[in-house]
Design a protein around this ligand. Structure first.
Ligand SMILES: NC(=O)c1ccc[n+]([C@@H]2O[C@H](COP(=O)([O-])OP(=O)(O)OC[C@H]3O[C@@H](n4cnc5c(N)ncnc54)[C@H](OP(=O)(O)O)[C@@H]3O)[C@@H](O)[C@H]2O)c1
Length: 266
């Protein structure tokens, strides 16, 4: 943990959920923070909370990563502020619920832009400097959904499958460079994501949901330890390993139960 003190961590999607909790953990470890998302007011509240508890610098950058130019603008703003990012947490993401044919094309392309294209661009932009300095930490946030196709959340699951595949390859490629790379694959977690997606959770998801701070803690520890794939929670770990030995048709059916609409938690 000492190795992180005083370094700058960039957390995308820090205005709520897992991202806000990851920001809390990096602040506690003595990192300076760049927190980014679209909702500036939420970022300001988080900054106030973390500034009261920690002696660190915190920069807020409002940015929309569902746009083509978002990642480059974020990178340029950080360069203009003369900040060197040592830790990149690509957490921002949305879910998209419903049958593929019922969802408008712009929504499908929007989730690909945010969950996949922007994550790739930010990794590209920040990795170069980390490799030349021979030091860095990158964590991508995927999902257990990425381990198999996800009926009723097909595009979401496909974006997360890309993130897992990219991440495992990067973890391998980056060995010996001084840059650690991990992918965090949460299962259902109590955050705002399903409300935003307009998805009413079902009894299966409600009962299996983890607390976002518990998920963030596993991600934080896993990245420090250089773990390639981090699956938080015993049940999620068991589900992911059972996937390897089950027929593909069965895992697709299992995922369809999670994607099924149910009654809202509210
Ligand atoms: N909760 C779960 O069950 C679960 C399970 C597996 C994986 N995950 C993954 O965990 C990550 C965090 O999600 P969460 O569960 O913590 O949900 P959340 O509470 O809804 O947080 C999502 C974050 O992403 C940001 N975001 C959304 N659209 C954005 C955009 N266009 N530009 C920039 N930032 C944007 C949101 O901020 P603004 O709205 O302020 O922009 C927010 O800070 C996501 O990648 C998600 O796929 C979640």
């Amino acid at each position: 943990m000492k190795e992180l003190k005083g370094k700058w961590a960039l957390v995308t999607g820090a205005s709520s959920g897992i991202g806000a909790d990851l920001a809390r953990l990096y602040a506690k470890a003595g990192c300076n923070l760049i927190i980014t998302a679209r909702r500036e007011q939420r970022l300001a509240e988080l900054k106030k909370e973390l500034s009261q508890q920690n002696d660190i610098r915190i920069e807020i950058i409002q940015n929309d990563l569902s746009t083509e130019t978002g990642p480059q603008e974020l990178f340029d703003t950080i360069e203009d502020r003369k900040i060197q990012v040592s830790i990149l947490i690509n957490n921002a993401g949305i879910a998209l619920s419903g049958k593929f044919n019922d969802i408008p094309l712009d929504k499908k392309l929007g989730i690909i832009q945010l969950n996949l294209v922007s994550l790739t661009k930010l990794t590209h932009l920040f990795l170069h400097g980390m490799i030349s300095r021979k030091e860095g930490w990158i964590m991508q946030v995927a999902s257990v959904y990425g381990f198999q196709p996800g009926p009723n959340m097909a595009t979401y699951a496909a974006t997360k499958a890309y993130v897992i595949s990219l991440s495992e390859a990067l973890n391998f490629e980056l060995k010996g460079t001084g840059v650690k790379h991990s992918v965090l694959c949460p299962g259902p977690t109590r955050t705002e994501i399903f409300d935003t997606a307009g998805h009413t959770t079902n009894i299966l998801m409600d009962n299996l949901s983890m607390d976002s701070m518990d998920v963030a803690k596993e991600g934080f520890k896993g990245l420090l330890n250089g773990k390639s794939v981090i699956v938080p929670g015993a049940i999620n770990k068991a589900l992911v390993s059972s996937n390897r030995f089950s027929p593909r048709s069965l895992t697709v059916f299992g995922a369809s139960l999670f994607g099924k609409e149910g009654t809202s938690r509210k």
